[in-house]
Ligand binder design. Sequence first.
Ligand code: UT7
Length: 332
Amino acid sequence: MGKLSAAITAVGGYVPKFIMTNQMLEGMVDTNDEWITTRTGIKERRVLKEEEGQGSSYLAIQAVKDLMKKKDVDPTEIDLVIVATATPDSLVASTAAFVASEIGATNAFAYDLLAACSSFLFGMSTAASYIESGKYKKVLLIGADKMSSIIDYTDRTTCIIFGDGAGAVLFEPNTEGLGMQDEYLRSDGSGRPYLGMDAGGSLMPATEETVKNRKHFIYQEGRTVFKFAVSNMADVAARIMERNGLIEKDVAWLVPHQANKRIIDATANRMGLDNSKVMMNINKYGNTTSATLPLLLYDYENQLKKGDNLVFAAFGGGFTWGSAYLKWAYNK
Ligand code: UT7
């Protein structure tokens, strides 16, 4: 028997029905379709409205239901459910525990993984390690974010960027050498002032003042984050290629975090990749934070072939960033 590796064996996704277009935002803040399109590549994003009073768990559950429609998985056989998110339903009680119960994963343990926009990428490393240990056979990794819950729709620097969505993947053992091959994950806490949400955590608990001063919304010093993102995402992706002896023709797909089309283009350029090898859906979903990577797999699943080399790259608040190299394990 070959060495045990951790492969993705199924994918699911969900985006809310409500489409918020650039034109709609023109009526809400001082912006325009041309600025948003040329600076970010975004034309529209989804906002969870159909189910009032639902959080990120709702999105996560829908994504898992989609996965289970396509693959016959007995939920009681799932060992672990990880919800990668920046917008858990609430603090303290694990969102993943609720999701696991709702999908019938009654024998699983479950927890949330918070690393801003890199949550799903870091979760891939976590999920794969559990499988590679030989102790667990089925790990469900979900990236889910209801970004609209922390967006100030009077702030044009953030409201044009983010959207809601979720994607889910199942990791299982593989003995053919497919699945996760390598990863290079990084963080730098000096990035904290540039992207985040001030209040609501232990550092600045909620008060009347924090609400009045709009401290429960996400803020971003876009230009600074852009500079870090553009160089770091490209660096780690190039490094993963180098240390695995991959050249441009060996890479079937770049799976990049969808924060800004210009950052994605710079990363692809550094890797020497043609646009046709770059997964992209930022135009229709915007930045869905932890959901961007699995939603790309969801949208491109039909084009993926067994043995394809995929290079993932992400950058997010904290700062957190990294890259992973995975061999696709199945044909649709
Ligand atoms: O996912 C987590 C990681 N996040 C990222 O990687 C995001 C990184 N940052 C970015 O993608 C970009 O910085 C943004 C898309 C957020 C902003 O684009 P930018 O090209 O960096 O614009 P800027 O912030 O430098 O602003 C340029 C101008 C400013 O006007 P002045 O000072 O040049 O007169 C802004 O006030 O554009 C103005 N501006 C806008 N204009 C129309 C800022 N936001 C808007 C807007 N509509 N929505």
